[in-house]
Design a protein around this ligand. Structure first.
Ligand code: F6R
Length: 332
């Protein structure tokens, strides 16, 4: 398998691929439920945040939410491998309830099921780590939402996402995104990362940063969201200062469309907790469309997570613990 750098280099083309895709027709709907796990599910988080006027929920687990039977959303099952047991269980339940189901997969059991049951499917190119297929997966979900009439035309926005990511990528390790990421990686060296987004657009990207640091850098990371954290988490910072001053670093993910009170809260929150953490970095989204702003911000986190892996001499690609758990689950 390619290195993580090589996989990230393909991201601009992934968004372009999704923009050029001819999405399959799906039953018209005003609500959708994206089912998936891990690197596949985060595409649902990003897609839902990209089209805030659509009713899109994300389901990360074996069972569908109780309301699915009555609201009857379009179920979009996303699994890069097509084999993830939770996603397969959710699809089985959706089919048993007679809900409309569409699949996004690179093949696997869900790919076969889609063929057997003539379910609409977007087949994404296989051969990557699922988490490195963010452009394919997010773009496919958005194009399916468009096809269902739940979201407007996504072609232009995905084209812009491709351009923003290409520009930030530049020539890779010496491009603008890598430059930003390297600075942050220096500050986060040997520390636990905590990513703060704000409800809506950057919360979804905060999830991505956190999970990329877990999976690529093989270290703990956490995320939280404003304004909610101002009502609980800030109260906890003074308690373990001698520990957190050594061990933690916070990155604020910012977007120009934040609520004005959230903008103010970011500044005040950073001031109030600055004594408890040695690093509070800040990264702003770029671009116009919501998906482009998220895609660019996600790329910086992706690169950061690879730098954090390299600091420790770790290969970002394999996810041995996740694989080990999947094996253990299949033992008697
Ligand atoms: C691995 C990764 C994982 C997987 C998850 C679900 O790169 O990101 O989080 O995405 O284990 O597998 P898939 O995506 O194949 O359904």
């Amino acid at each position: 398998m390619n290195s993580m750098w090589e996989m990230l280099a393909g991201l601009p083309n992934q968004y372009r691929w999704a923009a050029d895709l001819e999405p399959p027709s799906v039953p018209p709907t005003s609500s959708a439920l994206v089912c998936g796990m891990g690197g596949s599910a985060v595409s649902g988080d990003l897609a839902a945040a990209a089209v805030p006027t659509a009713l899109v929920a994300v389901n990360k687990g074996y069972s569908l939410p109780g309301w699915a039977g009555s609201l009857r959303p379009l179920v979009i099952a996303v699994s890069y491998s097509g084999n993830t047991e939770e996603t397969r269980a959710a699809v089985d339940e959706a089919l048993a309830l007679g809900l409309p189901v569409a699949v996004v997969a690179g093949g696997g059991v869900l790919g076969d099921l889609a063929d057997q049951r003539s379910l609409p499917i977007v087949r994404v190119p296989a051969g990557l780590q699922p988490r490195a297929a963010l452009g394919y997966l997010t773009g496919s979900v958005l194009r399916l939402l468009e096809s269902a009439g739940a979201a407007g035309d996504q072609v232009e926005a995905l084209g812009e996402a491709s351009s923003v990511v290409a520009e930030l990528w530049g020539n890779g390790p010496s491009g603008p995104a890598a430059h930003l990421a390297l600075d942050l990686a220096d500050g986060l060296a040997g520390r636990i990362s905590l990513i703060y987004g704000s409800s809506g657009l950057t919360a979804a990207v905060a999830v991505r940063w956190k999970t990329q640091i877990n999976e690529n850098s093989k270290r703990p990371a956490f995320w939280s969201v404003l304004p909610e954290l101002d009502h609980n988490e800030i109260e906890g910072w003074p308690g373990l200062e001698s520990l957190t001053r050594r061990a933690m670093g916070i990155i604020l993910l910012r977007d120009r469309d934040e609520h004005p009170r959230v903008q103010r809260r970011f500044g005040l929150t950073a001031d109030l907790i600055s004594g408890s953490v040695p690093l509070i970095g800040e990264v702003w989204s770029q671009g116009t469309s919501r998906v482009a702003r998220m895609a660019g911000l996600a790329l910086i986190g992706d690169i950061l997570s690879v730098y954090l892996a390299e600091q420790e001499g770790i290969d970002a690609v394999p996810v041995d613990v996740i694989d080990q758990l999947k094996v253990l689950l299949n033992e008697e």
